[in-house]
Ligand binder design. Structure first.
Ligand SMILES: C[S@@+](CC[C@H](N)C(=O)[O-])C[C@H]1O[C@@H](n2cnc3c(N)ncnc32)[C@H](O)[C@@H]1O
Length: 272
């Protein structure tokens, strides 16, 4: 067991950070740049339909997975490393009456609990950026579970090549950023992981969705009663979360000028 003061010195990890962010899930319309509009564009680029099996990797609280099941009628699987996120996703699916079309489970992108060539489409939104470890290895694991001719679509934040060094310092200090992408780096990663890039769209603005937008008074009250006290307690108890939150706010300010995002779709080549 790690003694309390030793744990305090250990930097906060990706999973711990997203367990914290998961408490905000009910008031966040998305945890990726471009918000629900970018999701709709990415899905249009991937083209799932009612016969598709779709996987949402790093599905967070299940917003996108529910949208796919509802709008396209696909059978959707969502995986995430955070138990808090998966619990929120299951709750969302139940609330929206979509449980029959969705399966959520805690899993690691590096070791997906699915057979080879199982999915028609895999989406991942803002998962490669926070991912510690070898991102190419993670994408290769995703390619393994997609059928030949199937699509892998991603939305990742991108940093302008000429961005000031301060933004790099902030990105490196934040638990949710493990490296950064430029559009070129993202394309290169897709190609090195065995995908043929079929479409890429770039946005020059990061356009982070505003918390609480569209949740209504009932949603806000529920959040204040259920999640807010837990959030405050976590912030009071863990100075690492307070520090990460501070960096997060700084990045949000600076990102308006120097960050954008890219939507990219790659296809798994047909077997020869
Ligand atoms: C920025 S959030 C995006 C959540 C969701 N895709 C969205 O756009 O709202 C990144 C998500 O990736 C998950 N994640 C991080 N590392 C992971 C891993 N190794 N395997 C699966 N999910 C992971 C986090 O728990 C978190 O929910």
């Amino acid at each position: 067991m790690i003694a309390k003061n030793e744990k305090d010195k250990k930097p906060i990890g990706t999973r711990e950070w997203y367990d914290f962010v998961g408490l905000l899930a009910d008031i966040l319309p998305a945890i990726h740049p471009g918000g629900p509009d970018a999701t709709r564009a990415l899905l249009e680029m991937c083209g799932p339909d009612a016969t598709s099996r779709v996987l949402d990797v790093g599905c967070g609280s299940g917003n996108t997975a529910c949208t796919i099941a509802d709008d396209y009628g696909s059978h959707v699987y969502g995986i995430d490393i955070s138990e808090v996120m998966i619990a929120k996703a299951q709750e969302r699916a139940r609330r929206q009456g979509l449980s029959g079309k969705l399966e959520f489970r805690v899993a690691d992108v590096f070791d997906l609990p699915f057979e080879d060539d199982w999915f028609d489409v895999v989406v991942l939104e803002s998962v490669l950026t926070p991912l510690p470890g070898d991102k190419k290895q993670a994408l290769k694991e995703i390619v393994r579970v997609v059928r030949s001719g199937g699509k892998v679509g991603a939305n990742e934040g991108t940093v302008d090549p000429g961005a000031p060094p301060e933004i790099m310092v902030l990105l490196e200090a934040h638990p949710a950023f493990q490296g950064h992408f430029t559009p070129e780096k993202l394309r290169d990663l897709f190609e090195r992981s065995g995908l043929e890039v079929v479409e890429m769209r770039e946005a020059r603005e990061i356009d982070i969705p505003q918390a609480t937008k569209g949740i209504g008074l009932g949603g806000l009250l529920k959040f204040m009663v259920q999640a807010y006290p837990k959030l405050v307690l976590r912030l009071i108890r863990d100075h690492r979360i307070r520090e990460a939150q501070k960096i997060d706010n700084e990045i949000t300010k600076i990102s308006k000028e120097h960050m954008g995002y890219a939507l990219i779709v790659g296809q798994k080549p047909m077997k020869k």
